[in-house]
Design a protein around this ligand. Structure first.
Ligand SMILES: [Zn+2]
Length: 196
């Protein structure tokens, strides 16, 4: 079952303009590349998938594409949110911006918590790679659904084992793949190397 598009965590959202971030143009540029490849996009029923984030100066703050933006062709500063507090145990986070943070923000936070040098996280959907790579690459267990604290803990644990650059397959989240690295370019290269 494809269960994208639902906010499972408790989000405290302050609706306000995003503000100026030097990281934003590059974030949008990579998001558009991912959209062109259909790694971020929407299913025929309109439900969007995939998201992208970049870490800000404070180690636990990051900018992430907003909820239900997968189906939007051109993203702007109106489509990103700043996540500034995450509590995996409580499955809750705080964000501020013109849109509520992606429903998969908790998974992104878990990656950043797994290795503090990681600067960028990309979550895509790709069925062929998801099927081919399960348990060939680091993979979260099939009985762990996305958007749960269990998924966050599993991802964090894998990142600790893998290190600051890698690819994770989420067996319990259909088509779900995570790539991350020391920059957006490095995270993107993980996908290009393995999927193209
Ligand atoms: Zn997903």
């Amino acid at each position: 079952m494809i269960d994208e598009g639902y906010i499972k965590f408790e989000a405290e959202w302050a609706e306000e303009p995003l503000g100026d971030y030097p990281q934003l143009p590059e974030l949008i540029q990579y998001r558009q590349q991912l959209f062109a490849l259909d790694w971020i996009g929407a299913y025929p029923d309109g439900i969007g998938f995939g998201n992208i984030s970049v870490k800000l100066d404070q180690w636990d703050h990051f900018l992430i594409s907003g909820s239900t933006t997968g189906n939007i062709k051109e993203l702007t500063e109106a489509h990103f949110s700043r996540v500034f507090e995450v509590d995996i145990d409580a499955n809750s986070l705080k964000c501020k911006g013109p849109i509520i943070a992606s429903s998969e923000s908790m998974t992104h936070a878990a990656v950043y918590q797994g290795d503090s040098s990681i600067q960028a996280v990309i979550h895509i959907h790709n069925k062929p790679a998801w099927e081919a790579f399960q348990f060939k690459y680091p993979t979260t267990a099939a009985d762990i659904p996305y958007g749960t604290p269990a998924m966050a803990y599993a991802v964090k644990q894998l990142v600790k084992q893998i290190g600051h650059t890698g690819l994770i397959i989420m067996a319990g989240h259909e088509e779900g793949i995570i790539a991350y690295g020391l920059s957006l370019q490095e995270a993107m290269e993980q996908l290009n190397t393995h999927l193209l």
